[in-house]
Design a protein around this ligand. Sequence first.
Ligand SMILES: Cc1ncc(COP(=O)(O)O)c(C=O)c1O
Length: 391
Amino acid sequence: MKLSNRILDLAGGGDAWAVYFAAREMKAAGEDVIELSVGEHDFPTPKPILDAMATAAYGGHTGYAEIPGVAALRAAIARRVSDSTGVATGPGNVLVTPGGQSALFAAHSAVLEPGETGLYIDPYYATYPGTIRAAGGVPISVAARPEDGFRPNVRDIAELAAQTRARSLLINTPNNPTGAIYGPDTLAAIGEVCTARDLWLISDEVYDAMVWTGRHVSPRSLPGLTERTLVVGSMSKSFAMTGSRVGWIVGPEEVIFHLSNLAIHTTYGVPGYIQDAAVFALGAGAALESEVCAPFRRRRDLARALLDRQNLVRSIPAEGAMYVLLDIRATGLSGTDFAQALLDAERIAVMPGESFGQAAAGHVRVALTVDDDSLRDALTRLIEFAKSRAG
Ligand SMILES: Cc1ncc(COP(=O)(O)O)c(C=O)c1O
């Protein structure tokens, strides 16, 4: 039976995840592999959040929940966004979604006609092109170069937007995989292009609580951008709730109205007891969120101290998120070959930069998602390995 081309072509082919799966196989075969490849906490959801989830479930909140999100959660998200951005945001600006991933799909579905171009920045979170395809769009990447600290050049965005008649631009700050944070000037310049080319700006801010240097600015708060920006947020990273699948879109009320309609016809909302747990977490104050995020700051500092002792393996400053992107071009190897050789020789799994597009070729991404001692050990061995390869 024939399947749709849309589904057959979704993932775009390629074997960008080969090293990741090879590491998984080694682990399954009982080998001792240090996995620095997965963007997920090495600890479970904090107990108070799980207690709130259990109380809600045992209290009976197990039926269909309000589809755009329960009132208390929409209000809590709106408050969080108003407080952090200064932009007046109400429950009508918020749609609760099953995680940031679902929000990315919904946002592109809202703004792209079939066949229209959605731009995104390379290097990118691995699902971006497939998500744009799933929403019927054509994904086209704009390279952000290592020599620019992996910030996009706005002239490139403007040129590609004109050439492709793009309808949207997807950005991500703090960034996976680079750890870069886009400052107000970069965001304002991006905003000007979006205004000039009449692009929707889809701003993936799922790492907004993981900021180690400077501060996070949401482009929705910049002049003229509130009405053309759709912000994607999530409980996954800030509260270690990756498996609970709860996130959101914040945007103009009209968009949220139509996206609620999409939710009725696709996800049918998010379980009520999970939403109640999210209400608890967001209301618990900054301490809980800081507790979840603190290990990644500490490990970022640890990684930086190790990297500063040598200058073969370089890195742009990891300003946020849970990753360090290492430049291993001095070894003469591609990111893919380096990652495979490191796995074979040292049983250390990292993600090749090429898994995130072309712009991070010759790099590898280290996820700071193992305990401090394992990270120190793995990075020390990685640097020694790079030295041996560089001769
Ligand atoms: C940049 C980015 N966006 C979105 C997501 C999706 O997160 P979730 O669907 O768990 O909210 C991730 C997950 O790793 C990510 O790194």
